[in-house]
Ligand binder design. Structure first.
Ligand SMILES: O=C(O)COP(=O)(O)O
Ligand SMILES: [Mg+2]
Length: 230
């Protein structure tokens, strides 16, 4: 019996799974770096650092140039600058990955309940989902600062399971990184991964999951095929 057989809901990651947000991160980070007198960095550098929330991202970006003491001293104003820059362009440079909207619609049509769990701050997440027409699909949305702990901690996934009144085995997590997979494993949720996102510079094949799906539409078909076989 497949681990997907009893699935009734899905938890979908945001950055690198639904939206290619690296171009937004790029503009906001380089805006912050310019204010601090630092040279611009590339999208490829940023893609290695996204996935563990804003604090980790800003510390990693500053650590390219500065030692740990200087990073800590500059952290608060840098974070404020970054947030201001990000919110002023949020969504303007980011795009949907192929078959995201179709995949979410197919999951809803198959009767799955949907939640979005991201490490992105909730103040960035809510307007971004709305701008991209994705808010309509989700009953529940948690950002990286919505709960006391973020992915790879299982807490956000466990919270969704409790919200839905479902056992972890009935809720599949779908994401682009080892963060998503670790959170899912720790929560006891099945996990599917997409190969096109940001996995900290590692191949998605090195990440423990129950399957790699090319798009969210493919994920919807896979889940539905196990449903009908029950
Ligand atoms: O902002 C991040 O660190 C990435 O967030 P994600 O959990 O949506 O991939
Ligand atoms: Mg992600």
């Amino acid at each position: 019996m497949s681990v997907l057989a009893g699935v009734r809901a899905a938890i979908i990651d945001l950055d690198g799974t639904m939206l290619d947000t690296i171009p937004d991160f790029h503009v906001a980070i380089n805006g912050m770096r310019a204010e601090l007198g630092l040279a611009p960095i590339t999208q490829a550098q940023i893609a290695l650092m996204v996935g563990k929330g804003s604090e980790n991202l800003i510390r990693s970006v500053l650590a390219l140039d500065w030692d740990a003491d200087r990073v800590e001293a500059a952290f608060e104003p840098a974070m404020q600058s970054y947030q201001r820059h990000y919110l002023s362009i949020n969504g303007q440079h980011s795009t949907l990955f192929p078959e995201v909207t179709q995949g979410l619609a197919a999951m809803r049509a198959a009767g799955l309940r949907l939640a979005c769990v991201t490490n992105k701050p909730i103040s960035f997440t809510t307007p971004l989902l709305k701008l991209k027409g994705l808010d309509q699909f989700f009953e529940v949305v948690y950002g990286g600062d919505s709960l006391p702990r973020k992915k790879p901690d299982p807490l956000p996934l466990q919270t969704v399971c409790a919200d839905f009144g479902l056992a972890p085995a009935q809720v599949v997590a779908i994401g682009d990184s080892s963060n998503d997979a670790q959170a899912a494993r720790a929560a006891g949720c099945p996990v599917l991964t997409v190969p096109y996102g940001y996995n900290h510079g590692e191949s998605i094949h090195e990440t423990d999951s129950d399957g790699i799906v090319g798009t969210l539409l493919e994920a919807a078909s896979l889940i539905r095929s196990h449903h009908t076989k029950r």
